[in-house]
Design a protein around this ligand. Structure first.
Ligand code: F1P
Length: 333
């Protein structure tokens, strides 16, 4: 079994460890209650995580929240972030990504409080930040999978608690990960994945950020062309590429079912195959949580899809072509 597959399959254990040791993270709830804006930032998957949390924190807390891309913080901070007092959560699995570290320096110069969020306790990020959150995930694969889900779970839980809501049903959903995985692996067997040359991921709000992350997984793990969009915007141009070699995966919320039905019919008319993710959908999320609370479950079927695409193509998902686990820029920056 590849490292990537082992890491996806052990997501449940990571989430349980975070839940059972939540005392270590509890003090960070206060940062979400204060009268300061929140910025989530990072590169690659760590940026996609930031965009999911941007929507969720705004939805639950109604405060000023922004997601900022690492390189944007570095090269154009002024146009990304306005005046105000900010708490910045800087995400980096490795804690060594060049743009993220340089971005942290810029945020600090601006007077922001910076919390480093990483899997590596001894990383540069943990040292230069004002405070650090470390989760116990040590992936061998170049690709982020369980650490992404773990960070999503941890931050969703912090935000739900900051909004004074109950987390018991949310925590209980960790157990449903077994079924999410089982259904996703079983579904992939029904499809001849090799027939698809383009995979499209669609979702709105928090699920749009998830879809961007899913497309990245497909490119990294399976070297397959993938794109992502907000659900209805797919009609505004990108659908010109849809044909019988296109697989479209849609993250569906209950209130979006009818509009997704219409889009599905249209896309199937062009020959595309459509798969839906959600409660009672083909890629089943067997848990009814409030909107935005279930992203740590919804990302998993798309990780499985990328993994199975890699297997079908004979590509090693642990070591994507041209990519290293940490992107360090040695030259001009
Ligand atoms: C960010 C990142 C990953 C990507 C690859 C290269 O790393 O862009 O999202 O999958 O591994 O690095 P990090 O800052 O979270 O360590």
């Amino acid at each position: 079994m590849t490292h990537t597959e082992r890491e996806i399959r052990s997501t449940k254990e990571l989430l349980k460890t975070i839940r059972d040791n939540f005392g270590e993270y509890e003090r960070f709830i206060e940062y979400f209650k204060e009268d300061r804006g929140i910025i989530f930032f990072g590169c690659g998957s760590s940026y996609h995580l930031s965009t999911v949390l941007e929507h969720f924190a705004r939805r639950k807390l109604g405060k000023s929240v922004k997601a900022v891309l690492g390189s944007e913080a570095l090269l154009s901070l002024e146009s990304n972030v306005g005046e105000g007092e900010w708490t910045v959560f800087a995400f980096s699995r490795s804690g060594e990504t060049t743009e993220t570290l340089k971005g942290v320096e810029k945020f600090k110069k601006m007077g922001a409080r910076v919390i480093g969020v990483t899997c590596e306790e001894d990383s540069t990020l943990a040292k230069i930040a004002d405070d650090a959150i470390v989760i116990p995930s040590h992936e061998e694969s170049v690709v982020m999978t369980q650490s992404f889900s773990g960070l999503l779970y941890l931050f969703t839980r912090l935000i739900v608690l900051a909004s004074e809501s109950d987390v018991s049903s949310f925590d209980n959903c960790i157990e449903s990960l077994d079924l999410v995985l089982e259904t996703a692996f079983a579904k992939m067997i029904e499809h001849d994945l090799l027939k698809y040359s383009l995979v499209v991921f669609l979702g709105t709000g928090e699920n749009w950020g998830l879809s961007n992350e899913s497309a990245l997984k497909m490119k990294e793990m399976a070297l397959t062309y993938a794109e992502s969009n907000s659900i209805l915007d797919y009609r505004h141009g990108p659908k010109a590429l849809a044909d019988n070699k296109t697989l479209v995966v849609i993250q569906v919320e209950q209130e979006e079912e009818e509009l997704v039905d219409d889009l599905r019919r249209e896309l199937e008319g062009y020959g595309a195959t459509v798969l839906e993710i959600g409660p009672a959908k083909e890629l089943e999320i067997p848990c009814y949580l409030e909107r935005g609370e279930d992203t740590f479950l919804r990302i998993v079927p798309t990780q499985v899809l990328a993994l199975e695409m890699a297997k079908a193509k004979g590509v090693n998902p642990d070591t994507p072509r041209n990519l290293t686990k940490v992107v360090k820029i040695e030259g001009n920056i």
